[in-house]
Design a protein around this ligand. Structure first.
Ligand SMILES: Nc1ncnc2c1ncn2[C@@H]1O[C@H](COP(=O)(O)OP(=O)(O)OP(=O)(O)O)[C@@H](O)[C@H]1O
Length: 268
């Protein structure tokens, strides 16, 4: 099925080093283990049908961005695999923008890298700049942009490129309300065209309005995956409980997850 996404037992293992020398030794001496394993994702599996919009939720550090990056192919999984058939575009604040280059140079570079010709780029460029509302600033280096301006630029490039699968990671939460509205209506257009979308946001009301399904991640594992209204209701209950925990209870809760996420000896 085209535009569908299947995530099969995906894990992402990082190494945490106490010192830089450990990192070097780990590289140089392959038969010995240095540093501590940390699983940002553990055995994550779910399927997304073509044309559906899936929200990724979870408290800070749950692995939402890591999963978005693995699905987009920006970072490799260390275990499992993702099957997808369409072109995927990831929009995240700052994703893929070179801070030293101007906004215009970033637009041109990104489009060149995606294989567009100079004539096509010329035709697309002005539209991108206009949608991003960056006319006045487009020839300034991106390092001078606010996070909202960067996300507007990233969003505008990605939607103009017209991907089959779109992943939006927090990009709407840093822009202003008017741009968020405009972006949401663009996303509705994409939905009508049967595109598959992933949406990472801390805004439950945006999720409720927009997503059909929700994947709730909790410190690297899938806590629940299902219809948006059901999962969001459970997630909100959890947030309320979590908020009411004492400092000590929260610490214990996090520690239990950390013990699971750093289990040594797992292969993937
Ligand atoms: N390069 C890395 N090396 C080591 N650990 C990392 C790396 N990138 C992410 N992590 C860890 O992986 C975990 C998941 O991070 P991630 O950014 O995916 O979470 P998130 O749910 O998107 O968080 P937030 O809501 O705060 O944006 C965190 O504990 C983070 O510290």
């Amino acid at each position: 099925m085209s535009n569908s996404v299947e995530v099969h037992n995906v894990s992402k293992r990082y190494k945490l080093y106490k010192k830089n020398s450990e990192r070097l030794l780990d590289l140089l001496i392959p038969h010995k283990e240095y540093g501590e394993a940390f699983y940002a994702l553990q055995d994550v599996s779910f399927n997304v049908e073509k044309g559906s919009i899936v929200g990724l939720v979870g408290i800070n550090g749950s692995g939402k961005s890591t999963l978005a990056n693995v699905i987009a192919g920006v970072i490799p999984a260390t275990g499992g695999h993702v099957v997808s058939n369409g072109n995927i575009s990831l929009i995240a604040v700052n994703a893929g923008l070179d801070n030293k280059l101007t906004g215009r140079e970033n637009v041109e570079l990104k489009l060149l890298m995606l294989g567009f010709s100079k004539t096509e780029i010329n035709a697309m460029e002005e539209e991108i700049i206009e949608f991003a509302e960056l006319e006045k600033f487009i020839d300034q280096p991106v390092k001078t942009y606010s996070s909202g301006m960067k996300s507007r630029l990233g969003f505008s490039i990605s939607v103009r490129v017209n991907p089959d699968i779109l992943i939006i990671d927090e990009a709407l939460s840093v822009g202003d309300k008017a741009f968020a509205e405009k972006s949401l209506s663009k996303m509705m257009e994409f939905k009508e065209q049967g595109k598959t979308m992933f949406f990472v946001s801390h805004s439950i009301s945006q999720m409720r309005k927009f997503c059909e399904k929700i994947l709730w991640l909790e410190f690297g594992v899938v806590k629940e995956y299902g219809p948006a209204s059901e999962v969001l209701a459970h997630y909100e209950e959890f947030l309320e409980e979590f908020k009411n925990m004492s400092k000590k209870e929260k610490k214990k809760y996090r520690q239990n997850a950390l013990d699971r996420q750093s289990k040594i000896g797992a292969k993937s």
